[in-house]
Design a protein around this ligand. Sequence first.
Ligand code: RIB
Ligand code: CA
Length: 314
Amino acid sequence: MQERIPLVIDTDMAYGSPQADIDDAVALLFALASPEFDLLAVSAAGGNAAPGCVSRNLDSLLRLVSADIPHSFSCSRPIDPGFWVNARWSSSPAKPAARSEYPDLPDSVQLLYSTLSASAEPVTLVTIGPMTNTALLLIQHPDIAGKIGRIVSMGGSIHMDGVAGGPAEFNIKADPEAAAAVFSSGIPVFLFPLDVTKKKRIYPETIASWEGRGPLIRSLREASVAFMKHRAERDGYYPPYAFFHDVLPLAYLADPSLFTMRECSVSVDLHGDLTRGVTVFDMASSGAHVAVDVDSDRVLALAEGRIMERFGTL
Ligand code: RIB
Ligand code: CA
């Protein structure tokens, strides 16, 4: 059997908070259920929910599935602290956990540093939220870059199909300076933009087969359907649907044949009044590996099969 990939995941997991997207949780469960990975640690990042909410969500899910994986409490704000995402956090109906409720958890940057330092071989760092922790790690501990074999991220958009409120993809828009620091770090970057993550819509019918499994699976399904309905009502479309964005970087690592990758350069707009956080891809240049196509049905089948096999009764 092939050697397992030493892996760290940095997530802004919202599952566990009201009206939450579940894609980070599905990505984490997929990683835990996949034999290709040696999951060394999971760090929490603010983004899809406030840092204190993500930290609690992450701790709860790992406990629920009895995964004894080192994880962290996120205290970090975007590198530009006055940024838009704070408005989104503060409108969340969930009360963030206080740092004092989790005295045993290390801070995210501290966990990343200690995990990478202790690894004898380069580690694959997967980011599925804003890149704040990774950027802070590289800024505070520049010596650690040699321990990161590659950074594999959900983020960006080739064709400027962004999120409600602008043309930029959320993970980049939530901390553009962090993304810019990561993209210019010299560490190999593999990026999975909205162009591939939005190829397959997840409808309530798509995950209907999850019903009748254990309470965890039913809860994930119900949370996902609630999220779809909330977003559809808010943004005025029908029928409701969602995407499993964050599953794609992990599916790539498990089976690269599911994707078409292209080498190009990627940079981030930091200054535009309307375009701050937009990613710009130069296909005539090089520097990053970007997914341009995916066999979405096989990705979904792979993720569902593995998660149901490992966690279906939970
Ligand atoms: O734009 C998609 C990203 O934003 C994903 O990481 C998803 O979890 C959401 O937060
Ligand atoms: Ca995410």
